[in-house]
Design a protein around this ligand. Structure first.
Ligand SMILES: Cc1cc2nc3c(=O)[nH]c(=O)nc-3n(C[C@H](O)[C@H](O)[C@H](O)COP(=O)(O)OP(=O)(O)OC[C@H]3O[C@@H](n4cnc5c(N)ncnc54)[C@H](O)[C@@H]3O)c2cc1C
Length: 493
């Protein structure tokens, strides 16, 4: 059987390694970091265990399917808790609403903000459900030719759902209040896109987030990575950490293996890169081999936003909080413009607040809580100097926590870490320090137009993870692992 090197032990890289090993390939995974997981890594210190990146698990069916493909049931191996409500939304004026998967429970919440909005909510969710069904036709497949996009039925649905409009504008057709417009449009930020620019099609993520349920695996997201590592050991996959790849070695337009920064050559019949795709092309492949993605093309691509993360351990518990929450600053447009257009620090950042100890107290010492804050920020194509910006943003976030969590919170912080766009760049080679994924998911970087999972200019080179299709987020990278495996098995069996 062929030997395969996977560059990167992110969730997509690991899922592809497991699937390929299950098909009988000899798989070695190489990661530059000391610990596998990539963006889905973890920090374990002083009795606290906090997921470093993703915390919102939706589209659980993609996790179920990944394990089913290996002949396993994920629910027998991990303990999933369904979050109810899905999350709380805090507004700038000290009001909040809870968003539930159940429309009858959610209706009174939106009515609190905007009398009469329940009807708009039902229409919005119904339209988003139709967009989700339509979007899945384009997500769940490999692409070879542009004609693969031709789907007259989908074209009619696209027009009927007005999926081509701007997301924020379309949400305004269903909700009049600024608060609800924010609450039902922000989701495109997870794809690195401003809701002001994103296609209305992306309200399919709002649907997936709300209606399909939100889950929490006990032990945190990293417990999934740990379980994948245990499976890798069972399947004979070699995982090598502290093994940064310096070059993909190519002879006569064909990969022969990879060279590590230590100088070691690791031979392979096929190479699957899980590292950021624009980084892979620019830094791991010599220019004479790159026909499809020369530097000038990589420079023209649209890169997604970054984020500032603050992780706090506090010696107190807070029963009034929800596991997942979002805080929206008053001037949404100014916030989005700062992140996506001007690329400077927002005056008053909006942020995601995750308190996993609400569901899983074992993540912190007894009587303590963990608070995870993620504020979307411009990527490193802007002019923010993170050495001076980080303390400013930290202070802004802690001040908001004093309002919504505990006026005395500063006195209760016993452990603290932060993560900035510079860290994304230096730790995982994230292009321009992008957080959720490198290439934003506008129309011309989605489906057929997103870089394909097979290099057409270099034989034996494939891609998996957020840089290729279907795109950004844990469910998408799991689907990408299935798609690249299907392709490799079809081409090389
Ligand atoms: C803060 C944050 C919050 C997020 N929140 C969510 C969420 O709530 N829900 C959700 O679904 N998604 C979320 N995401 C997005 C999601 O985490 C990512 O899209 C997904 O995990 C990317 O996985 P991947 O397989 O593409 O690999 P990545 O996680 O990007 O891993 C790539 C790996 O390649 C390795 N690598 C790079 N260069 C080299 C080299 N030269 N040699 C060897 N190894 C190399 C890196 O070290 C890294 O381990 C979030 C991301 C972040 C950062």
């Amino acid at each position: 059987m062929k030997s395969i090197v996977v560059i990167g032990a992110g969730m997509g890289g690991l899922a592809a390694a497991l699937r390929l090993a299950h098909h009988g390939y000899h798989v070695t995974v190489l990661d530059k970091q000391a610990r596998p997981g990539g963006r889905s890594s973890v920090i374990e210190e002083s009795g606290f265990r906090v997921d470093r990146g993703p915390t919102i698990l939706v589209m659980k069916s993609t996790f179920d399917e990944t394990y089913r493909a290996l002949g396993l049931d994920i629910n027998q191996r991990l303990d999933f808790v369904r979050l109810d409500p899905n999350y709380r939304i805090y507004f700038h004026d000290d009001t909040f609403i809870d968003l539930y998967a159940d429309l009858d429970q959610m209706a009174p919440e939106v009515e609190k903000v905007e009398p009469g909005a329940a009807a708009g909510l039902r229409r919005f969710m119904d339209a988003s459900r139709r967009k989700y069904a339509l979007g899945m036709d384009f997500v769940d497949r490999n692409y070879d030719h542009i004609t693969d996009l031709m789907n007259p039925a989908a074209g009619i649905k696209l027009a009927a759902t007005r999926s081509y409009e701007r997301l924020y504008k379309q949400v305004g057709r269903y909700f009049k209040s600024d608060k609800l417009q924010k609450a039902f449009s922000f989701h495109s930020m997870f794809l690195g896109l401003s809701p002001l620019d994103a296609l209305a099609m992306y309200s399919l993520i709002t649907y997936a987030d709300l209606a399909l349920g939100m889950w929490y695996p006990r032990g945190g997201i990293y417990s999934i990575i740990e379980d994948m590592l245990a499976l890798a050991a069972d399947l004979g996959v070699k995982i090598r950490c502290n093994s940064a790849v310096q070059k993909i070695v190519i002879e006569n337009r064909r990969v022969t293996g990879v060279r590590l920064e230590t100088g070691e050559f690791v031979p392979a019949d096929l190479v699957v890169s899980n590292a950021d795709l624009p980084y892979t092309y620019r830094c791991l492949i010599d220019p004479q081999h790159r026909h499809d993605y020369p530097d000038r093309r990589l420079e023209r691509m649209q890169y997604s936003c970054s984020g500032y993360l603050l992780y706090l351990g506090v010696d107190k518990t807070y029963s009034h909080l929800r596991h997942q929450a979002l805080y929206f600053s008053e001037d949404y447009r100014a916030n989005l413009d700062a992140i996506f257009t001007i690329k400077t620090l927002p005056d008053e950042p909006s942020f995601h607040l995750n308190v996993p100890t609400i569901t899983d107290p074992g993540l912190a010492p007894q009587g303590h809580s963990l608070l995870y804050l993620l504020a979307p920020m411009p990527n490193l194509t802007g002019w923010v100097d993170w050495r001076s910006a980080a303390p400013v943003v930290r202070e802004q976030l802690v001040r908001q926590l004093e309002r919504i969590v505990d006026a005395d919170i500063r006195q209760h912080i016993v452990w603290e870490r932060e993560y900035t766009p510079n860290d994304f760049q230096s730790d995982i080679n994230a292009v321009y320090g992008s957080a959720f994924g490198s290439l934003s998911q506008g129309f011309f970087q989605s489906a057929y137009f997103r870089p394909h999972n097979k290099a057409h200019d270099i034989d034996g080179l494939y891609f998996v993870g957020q840089g290729t299709y279907p795109g950004i987020g844990m469910p998408m990278v799991l689907i990408s692992a299935r798609l690249v495996t299907e392709r490799i098995v079809q081409e090389w069996r």
